[in-house]
Every structure is written in C-alpha cells, then in structure tokens.
Design a binder for this molecule. Sequence first.
Ligand code: HEM
Length: 136
Amino acid sequence: MEDLEVLTEHLHLVSEREPRIAERVYERLFKYHPPLRELFGDHAAAVQQDMLNETLVGVVDSLEGMAGLESNLQLLGAKHAEFKVCDEMYGWWTESVVEVLSEASGSDWNERLEHLWRERMNYLCTLMRQGARKTS
Ligand code: HEM
C-alpha cells in the first residue's frame, strides 16, 4: 500500500474510534505545557479544532504533493510567529498529536504509522518555522 493510502485509512479508523481527538490532543498539550493555554485565548475551542484539522489535512496534502502547500505553510508560520509561537513548540505539538493518534489506534498502531506521522508532521513544522524566520 502507498503511504497516502495508509495514512488516509488510518485517519478514518481513528476518527471512527475516537470522536474526541481534538479534545485529547489539547488536554495532553496543556498538561505537559500549561503556559500554552493562555496563548490560545478566549474563543479557543473553534480555533483549536481548526488547527488540528489543518494539521491532519496538511499531512494528507503533503503526501498528495498539493501545489502551493509550501508557501501556504510558510505564510501560516509567519502568522504563528506573530502569535508568539516559537520553534520548540512545534515539537510539542507533534508529540501531542502523534501520542493521541497512537493511543486511539490501540493494536492497529505500528512502526510504519509512527514513522509516517512523525516525518510528515516534521515536514509541515519545518516549513512553518521557515516562514516564521522570513518575517523576523
Ligand atoms: C503543523 C503545525 C500547525 C498548523 C498546521 C497550525 C494551524 C493553525 C491554524 C489554521 C490556525 C487558525 C485557526 C483559526 O483561526 O480558525 C492556528 C491558530 C493558532 N495556532 Fe496553530 N498551527 C500549527 C502549529 C501550532 C503550534 C506548534 C502552536 C503553539 C503551541 C500553535 C498555536 C496557535 C495559536 C495560539 C493559534 C490561535 C491564534 C489566535 O487566533 O489568537 N500552532 N493554527
């Protein structure tokens, strides 16, 4: 099976098994990094859900080689620098997403999924960090 198919199938499986993915990702993020709670401000819930969706869709788009993805993520990264998101926070985000995906997958989690998710998320985060540096 191609990487794209593996990841798309996995996303279906996880969303059927765990409808509360977003809640769990942020619970984990804020548990290990409490000051991040403030960063998201008052109307956090919708923004948080959008951010997770954008991350998951971005991973799929990157495997599909979507045109314009690099520049979109660089622009998003520049905006994040304005929100005061710094380099190391991207690693925290990746850890939270991968850990919750792995827990929600139970015995269907495997090395290939672990590698694919980490590698793709690192790619997205690298582009966003590049965008942040361009503005500074
Ligand atoms: C792959 C990485 C990421 C992607 C694709 C992403 C995507 C997004 C998107 C699309 C929004 C706008 C949501 C909306 O307004 O509806 C957003 C907002 C936000 N993101 Fe991210 N994000 C990423 C990483 C991070 C990281 C690592 C942090 C910090 C831990 C962060 C903190 C924030 C904050 C604080 C906002 C809300 C800003 C505001 O409206 O005040 N993001 N993100």
